[in-house]
Ligand binder design. Structure first.
Ligand code: AMP
Ligand code: GLY
Length: 422
């Protein structure tokens, strides 16, 4: 009997997870809640919002799923994984308590300090006076972060003291991020290449997938506002086996242990956002889930069976599995709606999806079907177009070749994803 797997989410990340799971001999049936126009091709759609925990638990129970894979942070922070486990369902997804490593930056910083994990120096403040003192001490540039979840937008890398104080005021006084910004973390600004390491952990074992680089700024040359991510690639020349071993020893293993000591073991993904400084890798953020768009490039190069790996995470048997193996390169470029990441148009008809060659992967995110059955836009990040190849250069050519075939009114993308490596 194969596994019946329910994937929670509707983004490019979940599309990539479903695409990869669909290749596994161990999978008999795939379900997705709430999914998008692309996931519907491989998985049955359950039209349940990701934050409707009651309905998700009922559906998982009634459909007798063997494994639930939770994509986004919001349902994790609300306790979806806890609720499913209480109902006796195997879950690849962190508990609400473990998700604090993502949902509170000050909590994560305390954990890192206690565990000796290399990170940026930081101070946590709740009032303007303490914040101003900290900014004066660090000097510019300095990083101002809303403590809580802010959809990747609660971080300001301030180039001057005035900009830092303005960000501080926006968070503490103008409540720009609501409760998420009632506590603010002021942090030393690190310099170096950024790296995303997605690791799987069942609380006893932690194993990294092939590291990736993502692009958070909206426009080429790191200009424009921060976004959820405009593209990603893997592998990078910036990481060799020795560096990955250092990351494992100084960051991933101690993080897993520290979470165990706090009574909130990891049982899903630990995403370490790193800066490779002259003094070695340092953590700038942890997330308790797969990254988006990193997942859209990391899974296409993964040679191992994802269903077996995620089931092992859920059942605490990761130590019995061969380490994940990856091969080749992948470049993913986001096709975004006009106006993203601020205000964007929806319901734009998408054409050219059938022109894209089979070797290109098109992972849907903000897409849906209109009354006539045509595929239209339904979000800011609409598609991730992924090219694969033996080299990054080949993968990159394919990705940009593919994205040129697809159009909708106002659609745009960054032209420089992975350019620095080729
Ligand atoms: P985060 O949401 O924590 O990933 O932060 C968003 C972006 O801010 C990161 O991708 C980095 O480019 C930048 N950033 C965050 N923390 C630091 C830091 N301590 N030093 C330099 N840049 C940072
Ligand atoms: N790519 C950034 C994130 O998933 O948070």
């Amino acid at each position: 009997m194969g596994l019946r797997i329910l994937v929670i989410g509707s983004g490019g990340r979940e599309s990539a997870i479903i695409w990869k799971l669909a290749q596994s001999d161990r999978v008999s049936e795939l379900l997705c809640a709430p999914g998008n126009a692309g996931t519907a091709a491989l998985a049955e759609t359950l039209p349940i919002p990701v934050t409707n925990l009651d309905a998700l638990v009922v559906a998982a129970t009634q459909r007798r799923v063997d494994l639930v894979v939770v994509g986004p942070e919001d349902p994790l922070a609300l306790g979806l994984a806890d609720r499913l486990r209480d109902a006796g369902i195997a879950v690849c997804g962190n508990s609400a308590a473990a998700t604090r490593i993502e949902s509170s930056k000050s909590w994560a910083n305390d954990l890192m300090r206690e565990a000796g994990i290399p990170t940026a120096a930081s101070v946590t403040v709740r009032d303007l006076a303490a914040g101003r003192r900290a900014i004066a001490e660090f000097g510019a540039p300095v990083v101002i972060k809303a403590d809580g979840l802010a959809a990747g937008k609660g971080v300001v890398v301030a180039q001057s003291v005035a900009e830092a104080e303005a960000a501080l005021r926006a968070m503490l006084e103008e409540h720009a991020f609501g409760d998420a910004g009632a506590t603010v973390v002021i942090e030393e600004c690190l310099t170096g290449r950024e790296l995303s390491v997605l690791a799987l952990s069942d609380g006893t074992t932690i194993v990294p997938l092939q590291p990736a680089c993502d692009y958070k700024r909206a426009f080429a040359n790191e200009e424009g506002p921060n976004t959820g991510g405009m593209g990603a690639y893997t592998p990078t020349r910036a990481v060799d086996d020795a560096l990955l071993a250092t990351i494992q020893r100084t960051i991933l293993e101690p993080a897993m242990q520290a979470m165990n000591e706090r009574g909130c073991p990891l049982r899903g993904v630990l995403y370490a956002g790193l800066i490779l400084t002259a003094d070695g890798p340092r953590v700038i953020e942890f997330n308790a889930r797969f990254g988006d768009p990193e997942t859209q490039v990391v899974l296409p190069v993964l040679q191992s069976d994802l269903a077996a790996l995620l089931h092992a995470v859920a059942t605490g048997t990761l130590a019995t599995m061969p380490a994940p193996v990856s091969a080749g390169a992948a470049v993913g470029v986001i096709l975004a709606a006009a106006g993203y990441p601020v205000r964007y148009e929806k319901d734009q008809p998408i054409t050219g999806l059938d022109r894209v060659s089979d070797e290109i992967l098109v992972f849907h995110a903000g897409t849906t079907r209109d009354a006539d059955g045509g595929i239209v836009t339904a979000g800011g990040r609409v598609l991730t177009v992924v090219g694969r190849g033996d080299t990054l250069a080949a993968a990159r050519d394919r990705a940009y070749g593919g994205i040129a075939d697809i159009t909708f009114p106002g659609g745009w993308y960054r032209p420089d994803i992975a350019l620095r490596e080729v």
